[in-house]
Design a protein around this ligand. Structure first.
Ligand code: 5GP
Ligand code: ZN
Length: 118
């Protein structure tokens, strides 16, 4: 069983923010921003590439609810999905990162730096 399935089962504790029958939101153990939440489906899906439109249609309002609970809805937040190896995904159970609580930086690459990545 993967680490996030163990969190869903209660085998590993988490700092829960919100849940319903299908989704769970909890604080990231290694936050990259003042507020860093992970939103997961309770059902194991390995990555965004394999999520169905039907599940996403339900996940979207859940993410919006989480943002409201944390009072991020007015000032804003960043939503990130790392998908697969090149995307830097470490836990192979679909999760959305919600980052907020400050004005987040965005990498400003020079044209030369851009060439290295594009
Ligand atoms: P990824 O790199 O797969 O997109 O992100 C995985 C995230 O899960 C990381 O930000 C990491 O800090 C977080 N994480 C890994 N293990 C645990 C855990 O056991 N509990 C919590 N709350 N977060 C975890
Ligand atoms: Zn899982």
């Amino acid at each position: 069983m993967c680490i996030f399935c163990k969190i869903v089962q209660g085998e590993i504790p988490c700092n829960k923010v919100h849940e319903n029958d299908e989704f769970l939101a909890f604080h990231d153990v290694n936050p990259k921003a003042p507020i860093h939440i992970l939103v997961i489906p309770k059902k194991h899906i390995d990555k965004f590439q394999n999520v169905t439109p039907e599940l996403m249609a339900k996940m979207t309002p859940f993410i919006q609810e989480v943002a409201k609970i944390l009072e991020l809805d007015q000032r804003g937040y960043r939503l990130i999905v790392n998908n697969g190896e090149d995307g830097g995904q470490e836990v192979m159970h679909l999760h959305f990162h919600i980052l907020g609580g400050t004005k987040l930086l965005w990498p400003q690459l020079t044209p030369d730096e851009n060439k290295k990545y594009l």
